[in-house]
Structures are given as C-alpha cells and as structure tokens.
Design a protein around this ligand. Structure first.
Ligand code: NAD
Ligand code: ZN
Length: 351
C-alpha cells in the first residue's frame, strides 16, 4: 500500500505493509552517510533487521519514550552526527515511535540547516506523528515548544514492527485512528465499529488498511493547510480536554491516546448538545469499552484545573476554550464553549 502526500514544501510517499523494510535499500544509495536514530526498546527488538541489510549504518540510541525529546539528547545527536562526519548529502533515519520521529526530524531539520530524513515508524500512534511534518523537542516549560515544520523524504511503515507493541501502546495509537474516522469519514468509522471488537490480535491486513486510511485522512487535512491555520486544527478533535487530562494524569496512568479518547467522548457529548449531532454515543461508548478504553475522567481531576488548561490549549479571542465539535460524523467545526456547559458535561463524565 502506498499513500502519496503532497504539501506545499514537498511531495513524498508513505509505504505501508508487512515486509517492506527492504524498500530502504533503493533509497539509501544516493546518500554519503546514513545515521539511524532509535530508542533502547526498539533497538533491542528490531534493529537487527535493519543492520543486517545495512551494516554500515551509524546508530544513535536514545532513552525510550518522551525522554528522547530533550535538549540534552538533541545536542548529543548533533555531536554524534558531527563526529561521524555527516554532511548535507547524508540522511537521518527515524526508527521508532512518535518520540524518536519528532526528535530525529528536528535533528534533521536543523543539522547544517537541514538534511534529508526518512521515517520508519514502529508504533500505531506514529501514523499520526510521522505524517504532517511537525517535528519538535520539549522545553521544560512546555511539550513540543521547540520545533519545525519539516517533511521527510519518505515514510516506510512496516507493519511487522508493530506486533511487539504492548497493548496499551496499541490502544493509545488506535485512538487517533478512531479520531480520523470521527472527523472525516463516517463510512470508515462504521466499518471500524462493525469489524473491530478487540485490539489484541490485529493482523497485518487490518493494520495496513486502518493505518492507510488514517494517514490518508490526516494528510488530506494537512496538505490543505500545512502550517496549521485553518482546517488542520480539526485534527485536534478530542485534544482540548485530552491534553488537559494527559497533563494532570498521575505518572504513567494515561497515555496520549487514552486521554484523547476521554476528550473525544466529551467533545461528542458537547457536539450533541450544541450542534445537535445525531450519533449513537452510547453504542460508541460500549464499543470503545470493549476495546479496553476508559472514557470517564479520573476522579482525582477537578473541573477548575482542567478548565484552566483547556483555556490555554487553543488561543481563543474571548478567553473561552475552543473545541473541535462535529455537526455530523465527518463534519467538524471550531467552537468556543461556555464554561457552564463545560462544567455540566464534566460532571456527566467524571468517575
Ligand atoms: P513513543 O515513541 O514514546 O513510543 C511509545 C513507547 O513504545 C516507547 O516506550 C517506545 O520505546 C515503545 N515502542 C516503540 N515502538 C515499539 C515496538 N514496535 N514494540 C514495542 N515497543 C515499542 O511514543 P508514540 O506513542 O509513538 O508517540 C508519542 C510522541 O509522538 C509524543 O512525543 C508526541 O508529542 C508525538 N506526536 C507528534 C505528532 C506530530 O505531529 N509530530 C503527533 C502526535 C504525537
Ligand atoms: Zn494526538
């Protein structure tokens, strides 16, 4: 499977499917040096399959997860690249989840004012992060506060790598697939709701199909609006509350996608209240419960705290938090919502 992505700054292809990692060989010949950035977990599980094809790779390994996206690791990557003599005709491979992709992309965007990079995502969430061209590291004052818009040369999404993902990571990533259905494609959503009753044993065919669809939807939003002024913001469906919940969750309690799932249920209820969305939210909730999602807001979170965070999440003119809501499934719009309604809805969803 292949999705072609067109943006104002670059066109590139995303290849999706099992056993496609060999596609790399055709692509690497043109570069002077190849540096791969990966994390400890992915390196241990999967780097062998890449090294056996390209023994001359220069490998940089970061700590797993969000710890990869620090200034210190960023600088260390640059030092590593300089010491190994990477030049502007070299390439950086991002081999891992969204964290590695964001870091490696930002290294590539800034090393010698930008060198090519290739994404090799290994998580489901990365169907979202590897497409769209946003790359970043974190600042102590905020997540993703230092970054760039920078597109890869290509994305090679070999679904074989996904089978080692822990179930929670599958769930986290799949929330974004469901999001893509909700904001853009009622038929896709219906197909998911009818055919998917567990996230446990997704096979390569299902994975390829769902990821392809998710990527097509994301890229459609992004290509119309590369730098997030208008419709790209619709991709934030579920994220106004989702980000707030993620920020307040006890350490390790909620992944990004799990938090966003709460936020999406919240946004669906608001959509029903404000825009008269006709969608069977009860059935949706039953379905996501079957998939292992918790959709209630944890009891230790207070409305006022979340409200402050939601106000900050998206700049709005009136100081009220702005939400992506749905007129219908697949028909998103941006709206500022009154505090009183936000609070009532919060109590409906709180544990
Ligand atoms: P991640 O890269 O931290 O991966 C999650 C965990 O899974 C890590 O511990 C990782 O080591 C492990 N892992 C990765 N691949 C694995 C595999 N195949 N088998 C077993 N374990 C594996 O996180 P993520 O969930 O992929 O992405 C989250 C990051 O993506 C965040 O930093 C977020 O800010 C970023 N993000 C960026 C964008 C964007 O547009 N750039 C969009 C969404 C999220
Ligand atoms: Zn997200």
């Amino acid at each position: 499977e292949k999705v072609d992505i067109c943006t104002a700054s670059k066109n590139y292809s995303v290849y999706i499917g099992p056993d496609i990692i060999h596609l790399l060989s055709n692509s690497l010949a043109e570069y002077t040096k190849v540096m791969i950035i990966t994390d400890e977990t992915v390196s241990e599980l999967h780097i062998g399959k890449i090294i056996e094809q390209f023994p001359e790779l220069i490998v940089y390994t970061t700590p797993s997860g969000e710890k990869a996206k620090t200034f210190q690791i960023y600088e260390d990557c640059l030092s590593f690249a300089l010491k190994h003599g990477l030049d502007r005709k070299s390439v950086i491979l991002a081999f891992g989840g969204g964290a590695v992709g964001d870091l490696a992309g930002f290294v590539a965007a800034t090393y010698m004012r930008g060198i090519p990079f290739i994404q090799i995502p290994t998580t489901i969430l990365a169907h979202d992060s590897a497409v769209g061209g946003k790359v970043a590291i974190n600042h102590s004052l905020g997540k993703n506060m230092v970054g760039a818009f920078y597109q890869p040369e290509m994305v090679i999404y070999d679904t074989n790598f996904l089978h080692s993902l822990p179930e929670r990571q599958v769930r986290s990533g799949f929330a974004e697939v469901i999001k893509h259905g909700l904001i853009a494609d009622p038929i896709f959503l219906q197909e998911l709701m009818e055919n998917l009753s567990s996230l446990n044993h997704l096979n390569n065919i299902q994975l390829s199909n769902y990821l392809k669809k998710g990527i097509e939807i994301k890229s459609a939003f992004v290509s119309k609006d590369e730098k997030e002024t208008g419709i790209r913001a619709y991709l934030n469906f579920g994220h106004t509350l989702g980000h707030a919940i993620e920020a307040k969750a006890d350490f390790g309690k909620l992944t990004h996608g799990e938090s966003v799932m709460c936020g999406m249920v919240y946004a669906l209820i608001l959509s029903n209240n404000i825009l008269g969305l006709t969608f069977d939210i009860q059935s949706f909730i039953q379905w996501i419960e079957k998939l292992g999602y918790k959709w209630r807001i944890p009891s230790y979170m207070e409305f006022d705290t979340l409200y402050e965070l939601m106000k900050r999440d998206k700049k709005s003119t009136s100081g009220k938090p702005a939400f992506v809501l749905l007129k219908e499934i697949g028909k998103p719009m941006m709206m500022e919502v009154e505090k009183s309604l936000l609070e009532d809805t919060f109590y409906k969803l709180s544990e």
